[in-house]
Design a protein around this ligand. Structure first.
Ligand code: NAD
Length: 357
């Protein structure tokens, strides 16, 4: 072990945030990185790009709910930290097919926590003290914020969708493992991320591609649902800050502190696509009303002031600049976009039973 570089284990590293985190970690930190990812429809090895040839990175294809595999990964790679991102992440799909969300986000998290605890307990004292399990939850566990309310670390968990309920259960398990066994857990509750390599089933990439193709842009309900958007590079920096400086047992909310209505986001995307294409079209006219989804939370709003001080972190990318670079990325990366669309189409072909709603 003496000459081996320290290693971190990133679950869900072939997904949107995970693939950006793996890249950032390898670029900015000295650790080797092991990615554990089941490569579901949401996990594209291509999102890891050149990283797949990097000798400091290893992709282990497997399920976080596979006890034997997870145990083996800990034993073989002896990580100094776990960054747990693997999840079923799409709220709409959780409304149609909730059970897969419980399996990965609750059972999978429990399997990972148990394996981490057994591994951590047997480490020598200095490595035990340095070990971290960073659990990436979501701001959606707090439910819908009232008009002037901001979520804080002491907001009650009031999840409204099967997705957010499964994430709340996962973070409660992480908290219980910290409390019961002393596992060094730090929990993050980030707002909505946007940026390169997000599957176009999510609002921002979906709207960019539809707008570019001149198709109608369906926005749920009155379009006034508000979200706190954070660029994925800032979100990844927050995860790294939590691993380096997070206080054990604490939770940190990650957001810009400003919430924006979906309609304003879609309108800004339209203007950016119009500007880049320069074809004189007014894509804003393509916006249409879609039937609202059941149980749709009206507003997420984050007070990240504690995180800014405690983790010495702040978002560096303002929304207008981040949106502009994100629009450009999707318009310039056809090969990735085609793979992502194929993966979504294949996922939809595999659905065998009628969605619950
Ligand atoms: N994207 C956001 O806006 C956002 C906001 C807040 C929190 N989060 C949380 O951040 C994490 C990452 O989100 P994302 O947007 O990158 O999700 P994503 O859907 O893009 O990626 C999820 C990854 O997890 C993998 N995965 C799924 N089930 C697995 C399993 N059983 N075993 C191993 N790997 C599995 C998938 O293959 C995929 O690579 C999730 O935990 C999510 O709840 C995301």
């Amino acid at each position: 072990m003496a000459n081996r570089a320290a290693t971190v284990l990133i679950t869900g590293g072939a997904g949107f945030i995970g693939s950006n985190l793996v890249r950032q970690w390898l670029d900015d930190q000295s650790d080797d990185v092991v990615t554990l990812d089941a490569l579901t429809y949401a996990g594209l090895p291509e999102s890891l790009g050149d990283v797949r040839e990097n000798p400091r990175h290893q992709l282990v294809v497997g399920d976080v709910a596979d006890e034997a595999l997870v145990k083996e990964v800990f034993a073989d790679r002896q990580p100094r930290a776990v960054l747990h991102l693997a999840a079923e992440s799409h709220v709409d799909r959780s409304i149609g097919e909730p059970l897969g969300f419980v399996r990965t986000n609750v059972l999978g998290t429990a399997v990972l926590l148990e394996a981490a605890t057994r591994y951590w307990r047997d480490l020598p004292a200095d490595r035990q003290a340095a070990f971290r399990f960073v659990h990436v939850s979501t701001d959606e566990v707090f439910g819908s914020a009232a008009e002037s309310e901001l979520f804080t670390a002491s907001s009650p968990l009031l999840p409204n969708s099967p997705y957010s309920a499964s994430k709340a259960a996962g973070e409660q398990l992480a908290r219980a493992f910290a409390h019961t066994y002393g596992l060094p857990v730090v929990t993050l509750n980030p707002g909505n991320h946007y940026g390169p390599r997000q599957l176009p089933e999510k609002l921002i990439p979906k709207m960019i591609l539809l707008a570019d193709h001149g198709e109608s842009l369906p926005v749920y309900g009155d379009g006034l649902h508000q979200r706190d958007w954070i660029h994925v590079e800032d979100g990844c920096r927050a995860i790294r800050a939590a691993a380096a400086r997070g206080t054990l047992g604490e939770r940190y909310l990650i957001g810009s502190g400003r919430s924006h209505p979906n309609l304003a986001i879609v309108a800004a995307i339209c203007e950016e696509v119009d500007r880049i294409r320069g074809d004189g079209r007014k894509r804003r006219e393509l916006i249409t009303v879609a039937t609202d989804r059941p149980g749709h939370d009206r507003r997420y709003a984050i007070d990240a002031s504690h995180t800014r001080t405690a983790l010495a972190w702040r978002p560096q990318i303002e929304l207008p600049a981040g949106l502009a670079s994100t629009v450009a990325w999707y318009l310039e990366n056809d090969a990735w976009v085609n793979l992502a669309q194929d993966s979504l189409a294949a996922r939809d072909r595999r659905v065998t039973s009628a969605p619950l709603a």
